[in-house]
Design a protein around this ligand. Structure first.
Ligand code: SF4
Length: 170
């Protein structure tokens, strides 16, 4: 039951939007406005470091401008979509970002992909099954947030490492 318009045909909502939406709607809104105050944020730097260290050199990131930036894809018995994340347990933002990428690959190839979430800090790999309804429901919510005013910040544990910390709480 593919929805109309397909996620792969829209531009503007990316995997990062899904990640931010599940993390904090204020962050989603601010990031979308390109208000970037923390490129040297240490959490971003650690994430990039893990990403580079754990990805074999032969594996290339798949980037579709304005849509997705997937860590890597492999084709074995089927298409596999792989994301490498920092942290010790899989989180909802990780999960939804990967679901979005899997949906894009499904729509573009018409083949059912399998997802793999890698957590190299604890040597864990979590298998993820595509869920079209979850992805489209989240997409509709993201569009709603982006078309409204900036959501009021709510203090939460991730505020500590967030690049918008000063903007929200100074
Ligand atoms: S500091 Fe907290 S409330 Fe503000 S954008 Fe970041 S996570 Fe959201």
């Amino acid at each position: 039951m593919l929805q109309n318009p397909k996620l792969s045909e829209q531009r503007g909502v990316t995997g990062n939007h899904f990640f931010d939406f599940l993390s904090c709607t204020t962050r989603l809104w601010l990031s979308n406005k390109r208000i970037n105050v923390g490129l040297d944020n240490e959490h971003i730097m650690i994430g990039n470091y893990i990403d580079e260290k754990t990805k074999p050199r032969s594996r290339k990131r798949l980037i579709i401008q304005g849509l997705c930036s997937i860590d890597y894809i492999e084709e074995k018995s089927g298409i596999e979509v792989h994301e490498v994340k920092k942290g010790r347990t899989p989180t909802e933002p990780h999960y939804f970002q990967l679901l979005f990428y899997m949906q894009i690959i499904y729509e573009l190839t018409e083949k059912e992909p399998l997802g793999f979430l890698h957590l190299p800090q604890v040597r864990k790999v979590v298998k993820v099954i595509r869920d079209e309804k979850k992805v489209y429901d989240a997409y509709n919510e993201i569009v709603k947030v982006l078309s409204g005013p900036c959501p009021k910040p709510k203090l939460k544990p991730i505020c500590v490492g967030c690049s918008f910390m000063e903007m929200c709480w100074a």
